[in-house]
Design a protein. Sequence first.
Length: 320
Amino acid sequence: MPAAYSSLPHVLADLPVSAAIAEMLASHVVLLPWEAAESEEARTIAGVYTYGHPRVDAALLDRLPSVRVVSNFGVGVDHIDVPAATARSIAVGNTPGILDGATADMAFTLLLAACRRLIEGDRYARSPEFIRYDPSYLLGREVHGSTLGILGMGRIGEQVARRALAFDMRVLYHNRRRKPEVEARLGVHYVTQDELLSTADYVVLTVPLTPQTRHLIGREELKRMKPSAILVNAARGAVVDTDALTEALTNRTIYAAALDVTEPEPLPRDHPLLRLDNVVIAPHLGSATEQTRQRMAEVSRDNLLAGLSGRPLPFSVAGN
Ligand code: 8YV
């Protein structure tokens, strides 16, 4: 570490972070690897920067008595015990509002890919088997004119709805709290969760992961869905019971799933879900565009630096 930097605040981070973030932070803080929480240096650590989703719980915070801020690169903070941080007067920052468009684009990409069997088609088009065009192969499901059900009408859910409406879809939603203002503005329809599951052609998950939404979609819920339905998970893997989903896809209880996230993440390489042809799967790419990731880096840096200097965070997690 250069001597001139040794007086900079120490920040615990799940390294490596991207080169862009390392550079952005280099003149402000010294990033220490996660293992530093177990070392002598723990007492000197003034901030925590979470890049992937390392667990920040009460036990970790108790080992870091000088921490003033936890800054998360991303909006979802299910890996951070926010009440434990608040109880220790530690600010928690995240990056809301920045990644809604990118995440909704990805949810829609997954929906389109699953409906139109794009990944199967890509594999076939590259394979030695494709030597004659045959109009009868790889028939998919229609997107336009169908009914989309959105579970979780927050900012990302709303962005998904807007894309669906442009595809001439009818949009149903369910949310903890009904949103008449969104209904009036967009023309989406509120229904119960059961009605949504049994009526929608496609179901998109955009809820945060909380104790209430863990395994929101399990065996019973999958059974309620149409045999032609597609489940798109753009939320968190644990919102869906992976065993129940694997079973439903294997038995064709539903038509397909399109997943940006899984539980666990990544799935073990020999997991049966990875062998199914009716699954499209991405490695958690919801916000992975150059522009969005740049903005997330800036906001998470600003939150971190504000917290380290005792200023209010530009984006602090609600209730913190
Ligand atoms: C990020 C995310 O990829 O914002 C979130 O909650 O899950 C994603 O945007 C992630 O936070 C980076 O690790």
